[in-house]
Design a protein around this ligand. Structure first.
Ligand SMILES: [Zn+2]
Length: 80
């Protein structure tokens, strides 16, 4: 179970929770049947706040990193 909850942990991302200032977040995993199902949402490791887009949820501390994150996601959406 620990492996499932920490599998989505991402380091190196300029994330900071606007609520508790924690810099760690993980995938939200919910029990399903005999196992676990990873949702499309993330959870702050500090205060357990749930969010969908780390780049938008993060506090505007590092504007450059935030912009890079957004650009990366835009490229994925456009498929170029
Ligand atoms: Zn938090």
């Amino acid at each position: 179970m620990d492996a499932a909850t920490t599998a989505g942990y991402r380091s190196g991302m300029a994330f900071m929770c606007p609520i508790c200032k924690d810099t760690n977040f993980k995938d939200v995993v919910v029990p399903r049947g005999q196992g676990y199902y990873r949702t499309a949402f993330f959870e702050c490791c500090g205060c357990s706040a749930m969010f969908h887009d780390p780049a938008k949820f993060t506090v505007g501390r590092d504007e450059k990193a935030k912009r890079e994150l957004a650009e990366r996601q835009n490229k994925q959406t456009q498929g170029r």
